[in-house]
Design a protein around this ligand. Structure first.
Ligand code: ATP
Ligand code: MG
Length: 475
């Protein structure tokens, strides 16, 4: 966790040219305007602020009138929720009318009431760390629920009683796990108790909202914390029951590792490998989902094969199907579903490689079946080794190194094999006025050599070189 920043980070926030411009304009028109939520939290944390949200006592129609002259574009994000978005000097902002909202417990939609005070608006926010605002244009921090103190202590609390808050919007329970993963904060005990007591209320929340929070949880710095919280509170049973089943597939004799603990380790090891092939890569949702789900077929395929052997035959195939089903229910895109389930299905293939006995054609097939997912498959397969036996782990890593090398060599060879000179046989014959015969092959090999030496030349330079070669040869 990074240390809370000095007040200057908040100062920087209010000095943002767009914030200053908007602040002045709203003030001139007699309205209040404040920066609020995630951007204030991140500024206090000294983190990069990615999007800026504003809150105001102006109603949506007034907001539209006020921002239109400054903005390249203005659009409704949800006028009924009081949110107007605008693009100003290439920065996208969202401005929302103060709310004092209650969710209709029976419906999936929040029922929105506009409010008149900033404090009232902050009170209905999810966590105290998200319930801070900085007023504009004067830049005063408004923190009625001790959000900055809770940031300092690294704890997530709700502004009002957690039961009341989760009753208003059960999604907040998932958001608690999400922020725990993103910020590495402890969720306050009464909040955890309310989550456990009210987990089932999550059923009224739409799959899309659940998915978006799960994505953020998984992309956080410490998904283990968030996932464990979901399991401990019973929320996982609703959003990802497969995770709970893995937890219950502990081996009573401890002969093999608990599938759940193995899964969390694979996820963490996959995260550690995210930048292995490209230092600039960021968090990779597809890889993380594949790591999380790679063994979900195990509980269903577990068989006791004699007193000392447990098997999970075809768990990768069963797991790929289960992955599709779960991701579909959570409304992931078809592309994401295809990518993750393909990785789940291929995650064991390497283990048929033994100590390098694959033929070239098996290696080619491995690369072809993974297609554009090959680098992710490399990472997943390497991450899927959690043995405590260091010798064994090193051997597996070395064997995989060899496989990666063979794939690279075969693909380089294939690119070479596919390489053509800049001119084809017919062009050579036309340029030199030749009939088919050995001289054409000779010319062709000359041009191919030239291509290998110097890279692509283009037809004009190649023709000049060909003529010079021919003149030297015949002359
Ligand atoms: P991120 O960095 O992921 O954008 P964020 O804190 O900005 O994090 P958003 O989902 O963008 O999260 O929401 C913006 C703000 O709106 C939050 O900081 C919080 O104050 C408030 N908020 C969002 N969703 C809820 C909710 N379900 N219940 C109460 N308050 C919410
Ligand atoms: Mg945000």
């Amino acid at each position: 966790m990074s240390a809370p920043s000095s007040p200057s980070a908040l100062g920087d926030l209010t000095q943002h040219p767009v914030a200053r411009q908007l602040g002045q304009r709203f003030a001139d028109a007699g309205f209040e305007l404040a920066m609020v939520g995630g951007c204030v939290r991140d500024a206090v944390l000294g983190r990069v602020v990615h999007d800026v949200d504003f809150t105001t006592n102006a109603r949506p129609d007034d907001i539209t009138v006020l921002v239109s002259p400054l903005a390249e574009a203005v659009w409704d994000v949800g006028r009924e929720f009081g949110t107007i978005a605008a693009r100003i000097n290439d920065v996208t902002v969202e401005i929302t009318t103060y709310r004092s909202e209650d969710y209709d417990p029976e419906s999936r939609k929040p029922s929105v009431q506009f409010g008149d005070t900033l404090e009232g608006d902050l009170r209905r926010r999810d966590f105290t760390v998200n319930a801070m605002a900085v007023t504009l244009p004067d830049g005063v921090l408004i923190d009625p629920f001790e959000g900055s103190e809770h940031i300092r202590r690294g704890v997530l609390k709700t502004p009002a009683a957690p039961e009341e808050s989760f009753d208003d919007d059960p999604l907040r329970m998932l958001r608690a796990a999400r922020f725990a993963s993103q910020l590495g904060f402890q969720v306050d005990e009464p909040v955890v108790v309310a989550m456990a007591a009210m987990a089932e209320r999550l059923e009224i929340v739409s799959a899309e909202r659940v998915r978006d929070e799960l994505i953020k949880l998984l992309l956080g710095a410490q998904p283990r914390i968030g996932l464990e919280l979901l399991c401990d509170t019973g929320l996982a049973a609703l959003v990802l029951p497969e995770l709970v089943a893995m937890k219950e597939t502990a081996d009573e004799h401890n002969r093999h590792k608990d599938v759940y603990e193995h899964t969390l380790m694979v996820l963490e090891q996959a995260i550690d490998l995210e930048r292995s092939h490209d230092p600039a890569s960021g968090p990779d949702l597809v890889l993380r989902l594949a790591a999380l789900l790679h063994d979900i077929g195990k509980p269903r395929t577990r068989r006791f094969d004699g007193p000392h052997r447990v098997t999970f035959h075809h768990h990768e195939v069963v797991g790929a199907k289960m992955t599709r089903k779960r991701m579909k229910a959570l409304r992931f895109s078809n592309e994401q579903i295809d990518e993750v389930s393909t990785l789940v299905e291929l995650h064991l293939r390497f283990h048929g490689y033994g100590s390098g006995e694959w033929t070239d054609s098996a290696v080619r097939r491995y690369a072809r079946d993974a297609g554009p997912l090959l680098v992710r498959l490399h990472k997943l397969t390497r991450a899927d080794c959690t043995t405590r036996n260091t010798r064994k782990a090193q051997n597996l890593a070395r064997t995989y190194d060899q496989l990666e090398l063979r794939i690279a060599q075969l693909s380089a060879q294939e690119q070479l094999d596919a390489m053509r000179p800049d001119l084809d046989g017919q062009q050579i014959m036309d340029i030199l006025g030749l009939q088919p015969g050995p001289a054409v092959g000779e010319a062709y090999r000359f041009l191919l050599d030239l291509r290998l030496d110097r890279g692509p030349l283009g037809p004009q330079l190649a023709e000049e070189a060909l003529r010079a070669w021919w003149a030297a040869r015949t002359g």
